[in-house]
Design a protein around this ligand. Structure first.
Ligand SMILES: [Zn+2]
Length: 393
């Protein structure tokens, strides 16, 4: 989501552009409130409802149906708001609809269930320039929080300011109140120049934020995903990280090579977007340039290619018959560069008591579960003393 600070921007811009005579203050205040109401669904995460559930975050409260309900409520409350029913309905609908659109334009998390109850599918817009806001308050007061605010300044507040200017100009021209001696057009022009300058400035600051590091071959990316087995892995490894992949160059472009349902080459951007809230951690081999020579990297690439026909290993077995994500990364480093990133563990070393984990074990293994099976988890790799953290948002 964009932050709670930015969701009201579109309706506030409408209010500032059209003026209190057209949109009464009470109505505007209620619309601003309704622009953040859909995100009350984050409380569901506290109740243990998964993100992807329709009652989870960005579920039914992020549907056009919910926007229509808000509109109906507005129409009902119109007498109290001192405005026409149709205006109240339209503004409250717009407040929620804009919230949905802004969320769908963010870089992370899961999409919005815009067409519920007809479809529970989550959607994003094809263009997603807004940085997703961290859900936790702690993460918000970090460098990531600053990056999010900058992104919102550029992609939410500046366009909102543009809308105010446009509406004011339009109304001024329509009612021909802009007399030649009035300062109106020059003031508007000055404001438009300011908006342009801010766009340039925030654009530059954002670009700098992104360019503080570069991905290189051999980098390992970690992310968490609350889909399917993700929760069980989190519990078993006592870590939020459920998935990892390794960066390689292929056809002159950098990709994340990963084990998902099969071995896949995923663009770094798409890989990052898939994780919860777009959060990821980038780890790199310490003294990487010395250890990962071109020769070693080629051998690592070849070790990865050798496993490219394998499918995902739902049973997390250590044989090469099927492969899971952290196993892939571990084997590529071990076989290609002769580096064992983490000592192998056994299933019994993980926290298997949790109910969700027990259920998964029962479903997948039946009676054939061996506590002696060797394994390596994303969290084991993440805490490898051989790696150093380059970036984490
Ligand atoms: Zn939202």
């Amino acid at each position: 989501m964009p932050t709670v600070l930015s969701h009201p921007a579109p309706v506030l811009a409408l209010g500032a552009g059209l003026g209190f005579t057209r949109i009464p203050a009470r109505l505007l205040l209620l619309a601003a409130f309704f622009s953040i109401v859909p995100d009350f669904d984050v409380l569901s995460l506290r109740l243990g409802i998964p993100y992807a559930d329709i009652f989870g975050h960005r579920g039914l409260t992020h549907s056009l149906f919910f926007a229509v309900l808000a509109g109906c409520l507005g129409a009902g409350l119109a007498p109290l708001l001192h405005c026409r029913r149709v205006l109240a309905a339209l503004l409250l609908f717009t407040a929620v609809a804009c919230h949905i659109a802004l969320d769908a334009a963010t870089s992370g998390g899961q999409g919005v269930a815009a067409f519920w109850p007809f479809s529970s599918e989550r959607f994003f817009l094809p263009w997603r320039p807004i940085r997703v806001s961290p859900i936790s308050l702690h993460a918000f007061f970090s460098t990531r929080g600053v990056a999010v605010l900058l992104s919102e300044l550029r992609w939410v507040w500046l366009p909102a300011l543009g809308l105010v200017l446009f509406l004011r100009l339009w109304l001024a021209l329509a009612s021909k109140i802009c007399k030649p001696h009035a300062a109106c057009p020059s003031r508007l022009l000055a404001a438009a120049v300011c908006v342009g300058l801010c766009l340039l400035l925030t654009g530059k600051m954002q670009a700098e934020d992104r360019e503080t590091f570069q991905f290189v071959e051999g980098d390992i990316l970690f992310q968490s995903s609350s889909y399917g087995q993700g929760r069980a892995i989190q519990l078993a490894t006592k870590s939020r990280y459920t998935h990892c992949g390794i960066v390689f160059k292929r056809n002159e472009r950098l990709y994340v090579y990963e084990a998902i349902n099969k071995m896949a080459w995923t663009s770094i951007e798409n890989w990052i977007r898939r994780g919860d809230n777009g959060h990821y951690v980038l780890m790199r081999l310490k003294d990487r340039d010395r250890f990962l020579t071109a020769e070693k990297l080629a051998a690592m690439y070849a070790a990865g290619e050798e496993l490219s026909s394998k499918t995902y290993d739902l049973l997390f077995q250590w044989t090469d018959d099927k492969i899971y994500c952290s196993e892939l990364v571990w084997k590529i480093y071990a076989r290609g560069a002769g580096i064992e990133l983490a000592p192998l563990k056994k299933f019994q070393d993980y926290n298997l008591e949790a109910e969700t984990v027990q259920l998964l074990i029962k479903q997948r293994y039946g009676q054939n579960f061996s506590l002696e099976e060797r394994a390596v988890s994303p969290d084991d790799l993440l805490h490898s003393p051989l790696l150093e953290k380059v970036y984490g948002n």
